[in-house]
Design a protein around this ligand. Structure first.
Ligand code: BG6
Length: 484
């Protein structure tokens, strides 16, 4: 693939994200011939080592992520040719001189900050002081963008001093997931779905992001963050926006962002009067996954705060106060160390007002959008029981579209592959705009402040379970239940 020449400058290249996600994504793109021929990767980190030593340290993980079938010596050598390792103390401006000498004015520089946000300002200032920035430079920011509204605004303002909004790519990797993009196709390319997408037809919406991983090794970071800030403020909020937004005029970043931000603005504030009814917080304690014993959050090796009431699970009921969604509850839940890894959006339709089949089954239609695992879409509907014995007895059946099987491909690309490709093509439509992220923090800040002033309890739940029983009550009180 030809290009004007792109350099990808990866800050934090020796970190976990880079090893597990970024470098494997780049290698997959290379393998599929999707990287520009002359794309160079400058891998930056503090440690002193040579490029050969850096790549040798990455080889095992890359080999594992690529899988035996795709791995070849030729691919490895080609990929290694692209990478140059540079040791830089990010806080030392004098150390950016070498980076400057590596960059060429006619090539586009894409700076990827896979670092804590506290470093964003220093890195920007140092890049600027060392004259590494040009009018064509782009910057990619990893989440979290701040820890609250004020901090997020500060980060945006600082980065905005050095890069225009059109050149800032805020990553929410959920937007790069194939099924999330498919949600847009499902909604806006299918008349029969689009025509039934509002409060006249839909009873309620559930969004579940359950993880089996715990917080092992990340306690120091996570204990100051919690599940609301780690997952709900960003990933679940993005999913909510894509489900609820109006059709954008076009698929451009500008139009999509405009519609998403309207959804966040229409979210009803959860305040001190409603927080106890609408929100459940949980924290995992010792439990089991099959025969494996799982350590509780407060017993983790690096746990140093025995009184911590940080939530590792949160469930809530939200309302979007606008024309389309008035009266439709959105139930959101996400937790660590749950029994199963599941990310899904479930749309439950209203049952028919008049049932001509009498006492027979009258369960609602459901549309299940599975993000992971088994990416696909399932439509639960009623049909007649096969055979002549049952008369007109009905039964629930599923129309099941599995994206992997349907495409005939051997794998679904990782979110970061799509997102890297879009940064290279300068397409911001799957990246988060400034207003969206700030509005989302504003809503979450109000919620956090309400639970703090009401001292909302954190309920224990066994690791490897479905979360605290109170989450069942949250939805059960409305005569509904979580989709399992
Ligand atoms: C990250 C969170 O953004 O997303 C992690 O910081 C979480 O805590 C991860 O585990 C989940 O991503 P995925 O793609 O595995 O669902």
């Amino acid at each position: 693939m030809q290009s004007d020449g792109i350099d990808l400058i990866l800050f934090g290249a020796a970190g976990d994200l880079s090893r597990r996600k970024l470098l494997p994504a780049l290698m997959h793109l290379d393998n599929n011939g999707l990287l520009p021929d002359d794309l160079r990767i400058l891998a930056l980190s503090r440690e002193h080592m040579t490029t050969e030593q850096f790549m040798a340290g990455q080889q095992h993980t890359l080999q594992t992520y690529m899988g035996e079938q795709r791995w070849s010596q030729a691919l490895w050598e080609r990929f290694c040719q692209r990478v140059r390792y540079v040791a830089v103390q990010f806080t030392q401006v004098s150390q950016y001189a070498y980076l400057k000498s590596e960059l060429q004015a006619q090539r586009v520089a894409v700076f990827y900050f896979a670092t804590p946000p506290s470093l964003f300002q220093t890195i920007c200032e140092n890049l600027s002081a060392a004259q590494c920035l040009s009018k064509t430079s782009r910057v990619v920011l990893e989440k979290p963008i701040g820890r609250d509204f004020a901090n997020c605004k500060e980060v945006n303002e600082t980065v905005g001093l050095f890069f225009d909004e059109q050149r800032i790519y805020r990553i929410d990797h959920y937007l790069g997931k194939e099924t999330v993009q498919n949600l847009l196709a499902l909604r806006f390319a299918n008349r029969f779905i689009n025509a039934q997408w509002d409060n006249t037809c839909i009873d309620h919406v559930q969004i579940t992001v359950a993880e089996t991983v715990g917080v092992d090794g990340r306690f120091a970071y996570y204990d100051h963050v919690g599940q609301l800030r780690d997952m709900l403020q960003n990933h679940l909020m993005q999913l909510l926006c894509l489900v609820a937004m109006e059709p954008p005029n076009t698929m451009t970043a500008h139009d999509i962002r405009d519609e998403k931000v309207k959804v966040v603005r229409a979210l009803r504030v959860i305040d001190e009067d409603s927080v106890t009814e609408h929100v459940v917080r949980g924290q995992y304690v010792q439990g089991w996954y099959r025969t494996e014993e799982l350590t509780g959050y407060l017993q983790l090796e690096d746990a140093d705060n025995p009184d911590s009431d940080t939530e590792t699970f949160v469930a809530l009921k939200a309302f979007i106060d606008n024309w389309r969604w008035a009266g439709v509850p959105f139930y959101l839940r996400t937790g660590k160390r749950m029994g199963e890894k599941v990310t899904e959006i479930v749309i439950t339709y209203k049952t028919l007002a008049h049932n001509i089949f009498g006492a027979h089954e009258n369960s609602p239609n459901r549309l299940v959008i599975r993000l992971q695992p088994n990416e696909g879409i399932e439509m639960q509907m009623l049909s007649k029981q096969q055979g002549i014995e049952g008369g007109m007895a009905l039964e629930r059946q599923n129309l099941d579209l599995n994206f992997l099987h349907a495409s005939g491909s051997e794998r679904i690309p990782d979110a970061y592959e799509r997102l890297f490709l879009d940064v290279i093509r300068a397409d911001q439509s799957l990246f988060v705009g400034r207003e969206e992220v700030e509005e989302s923090w504003l809503w979450c800040d109000q919620l956090i402040s309400a639970w703090q002033s009401c001292r909302l309890k954190v309920h224990p739940y066994p690791a490897g379970s479905k979360g605290p029983a109170q989450a069942e009550l949250l939805i059960g009180r409305d005569g509904r239940s979580w989709h399992e």
